[in-house]
Ligand binder design. Structure first.
Ligand SMILES: Cc1cc2nc3c(=O)[nH]c(=O)nc-3n(C[C@H](O)[C@H](O)[C@H](O)COP(=O)(O)O)c2cc1C
Length: 312
């Protein structure tokens, strides 16, 4: 059996394989370094926790709630601030044999630009823009739901960095393609799709909201069908420009990941499933390799976007 090539060039970032550990689900990755059996070289990249210009304490607890087939979170972008990440955290983690991608957010366009500038002078391989976090009152969802505003964020980040920019799209929109088109015009190099869907949980006996923030982002298996459709839609817009998609939303195993690749993803992300199985990234990469070998595909590119209509 031939050995398939798992490497992908994602928006100029050379990934050893297409599997990415998603933002907010491994912090800055340092727990992984202590995890027996985990191999950094066997994940393509790690997206670091969402980082803002100044430190944030996040939302009031509880910040996480379990639902029937997914999880709600309202962390509210707790992070130590961009300068701390660049000066104190990155020097400890940038030797890992994987790519690190910053995930940035801001309260206004200038802040996005400033955080991008701070990460520009750092070893991260790229910058993912979170325009879709639903938990931040000051902007968050608003940035990602209006194509004009989303484009302005991408422009501000573009001015702040020469590194590849990945725009992380929100599913909480009427038509994700209009936001994707605006981001392409503004200079994005890649997309992440999708971020969490807005949701709420209620404690009936108490008559109370479960989350301290009332609303949160739904992730995990519950959102996979929504995410597949949104990736497929974004692919239609991004493909003519050669702009790659990091598909994500409920991926738990390599078959899930392969479905996202067929729908148009060049890279795939695992997030919520890491809370159940922190080794899932390594396992998904292995499963993709086995599938390529079994089916005779030489590369991920040869599978990306190959979804066919149902045969009669
Ligand atoms: C606890 C938690 C924290 C998250 N924090 C961030 C964040 O800081 N920035 C961001 O862009 N996405 C964040 N996300 C969204 C994930 O990166 C991912 O896009 C989403 O959960 C869908 O993938 P999944 O179903 O595999 O988790 C977070 C998700 C969870 C569950």
């Amino acid at each position: 059996m031939h050995k398939p090539d798992l490497k992908v060039n994602f928006a100029g970032i050379q990934l050893a394989n297409p599997v990415v550990l998603l933002s907010g689900c491994v912090g800055f990755g340092e727990d992984l370094a202590r995890l027996q059996g985990f191999d950094f070289a066997k994940v393509g990249a790690i997206c670091l926790k969402g980082t803002t210009l100044t430190p944030r304490l996040g939302n009031p607890p509880p910040r996480i709630a379990e639902t029937a087939s997914g999880m709600l979170n309202a962390i509210g972008l707790q992070n130590p601030g961009a300068k701390h990440v660049v000066q104190d955290i990155l020097p400890r983690i940038s030797h890992w044999p994987t790519k690190l991608i910053a995930n940035i957010a801001g309260n206004n366009f200038d802040e996005y630009g400033e955080v991008a500038r701070i990460f520009n002078d750092s070893p991260v391989a790229g910058i993912e823009i979170n325009i879709s976090c639903p938990n931040v009152k000051e902007g968050g969802a608003a940035f990602g739901s209006d194509p004009i505003v989303a484009a302005k964020v991408v422009e501000a980040v573009r001015k702040g960095t020469d590194k590849p920019i990945i725009t992380k799209l929100s599913p909480n929109v009427t038509d994700i393609r209009t936001v994707a088109r605006a981001a392409i015009e503004a200079g994005t190099d890649g997309f992440s799709a999708i971020n969490t869907l807005m949701g709420m949980a209620i404690d009936l006996p108490k008559g109370e909201a479960v989350l301290g923030n009332f609303q949160g982002g739904l992730s995990g298996p519950a959102i996979k069908p929504v995410a597949l459709l949104q990736v497929w839609r974004v692919y239609e817009v991004a493909k003519p420009h050669g702009i790659p998609i990091m598909g994500q939303g409920g991926i738990e195993n390599s078959n899930d990941a392969l479905e996202f690749i067929l729908a148009g993803s060049l890279a795939v992300g695992v997030g919520t499933s890491l809370f159940k199985n922190p080794l899932v990234g390594n396992e998904v990469a292995q499963g993709i390799e086995d599938y390529l070998a079994k089916t005779g595909h030489k590369s991920i590119e040869s599978l990306t976007g190959t979804l066919k209509a149902r045969s009669q």
